[in-house]
Design a protein around this ligand. Sequence first.
Ligand SMILES: Cc1cc2nc3c(=O)[nH]c(=O)nc-3n(C[C@H](O)[C@H](O)[C@H](O)COP(=O)(O)OP(=O)(O)OC[C@H]3O[C@@H](n4cnc5c(N)ncnc54)[C@H](O)[C@@H]3O)c2cc1C
Length: 443
Amino acid sequence: MHVKTIILGGGISGLTAAFRLHEASEEFLLLESEDRIGGKVISSEQDGHILEHGPNTFLSSYAPLMELIDRLGLHGEIRFAAPEAKKRYVLRNRRLVALPTTPKQLIATRLLGPLAKLRLLLEPVVARRSAGTDESFERFVARHFGRQVVQRIAGPFVSGIFAGDPAKLSVAAAFPQVYRLEQEHRSLFKAMKAGAQRPRLCSVAGGIGQITKHLASRVQEETVLNAYAQRIQWREDHYLVTTGTHEYDCDHLILAVPAYAAMRLLEEINAPAAAELRDIPSVPVKVIHSIVPRAAVAHPMDGFGYLVPRGEKIRHLGTIFNTACFPHHSREGEALLTTFMGGAFDAEAVDTPDDQLLEELQREHATLGIYTGEPIYSSVTAWPRAIPQYHLGHLERIARLYQSMRKTPGIHLAGNYLNGISLGACVESGNTAADSVLTGPRA
Ligand SMILES: Cc1cc2nc3c(=O)[nH]c(=O)nc-3n(C[C@H](O)[C@H](O)[C@H](O)COP(=O)(O)OP(=O)(O)OC[C@H]3O[C@@H](n4cnc5c(N)ncnc54)[C@H](O)[C@@H]3O)c2cc1C
């Protein structure tokens, strides 16, 4: 069967590319290996609570994502997080301590010792721009704010986004906005004072899955589920994609699959590109939902949630207080919490039996004074390869990857291992891949 464009992968990246081609009245087929569409985006409903099994929120600052939501007619469905969600907690000696947001709070906080506070306040004086060489997030933060800020604040912040190791993540690749602020202002404190706007945290009525559900419904006729692409071959003037049951010829191929899957598919026809992809690791994460009676909740839950620094002897990485962030996503009289386990320092969590993890988590939540007793409902979602890691050298790796892709014109990449892991970055990558089908060279 000949199709002008084949898209592999029906996560948000592939769906965005598909929707763009659909809007341009282009001929295409989207092949998804699973029996459901959406990839890491899964929202479900449980007795009046919206559970997010993958992404929980997105930022209003991502124009391509906001535009996509508009085009899907979902603008009126955007839900902004409650003002309380601006407050975030970090554990210190097994107690939840609010992150300081004003200079007064900073002076008073129990999170840092007096010398660390002094070091932090000296940042506008001592800060220097990086020399241009790739630097780890850990070194970057230590250079600006001192080591204690890395251990007690920035480290857990990295767990909350990448579930990664701050000593290995490249600041320029993983946190380009922060890196840019340094390049523009030298001092990050000065940058904040200059009024770097804080974007708003959003979701969608019914959960983030509504975005992928609406995308999927627009391209339903061009979507094939349970279609695992096993092999890509080059045949004279086109590509041949083989699934377990079908063969497809195409002029363009959008690979919107995770890095490890793209690596396998490219091994045969573009070994140098596959070699670059092999060096992008991903970490496992388990997402645990707990629904508890409001009466059993001991903490005021007046914030987004909390993050756990290493060394606290607490296994989980952090917990979101969903009920405080998006009250309409929760049922009255009950509280929903979403907890993350695993990541770069606890890869074994993904193989630990769910019952054991749930018990451990319940004990830890009680120790931290979050709630007492047993949850009314718990669920565990395992992502063995949850989040790609942008390690040192990532930007150069991606540049070499694009260079290698010239060997196979007509194959376009999209996904969360390229220029950002967020939903916004994935949408942008899907748009870019579709645009290169519309304007770029074919096979
Ligand atoms: C637990 C968790 C929490 C997150 N939280 C947030 C958050 O709060 N905010 C945020 O912005 N981002 C968050 N992210 C990141 C974001 O959700 C992901 O980066 C994004 O959803 C990835 O989308 P994707 O389409 O690139 O890849 P995926 O969603 O992985 O989709 C790839 C698709 O390709 C399919 N596929 C794989 N191999 C093949 C093959 N050979 N043939 C055909 N199909 C194939 C897969 O089945 C899958 O459906 C989170 C991620 C996780 C895991």
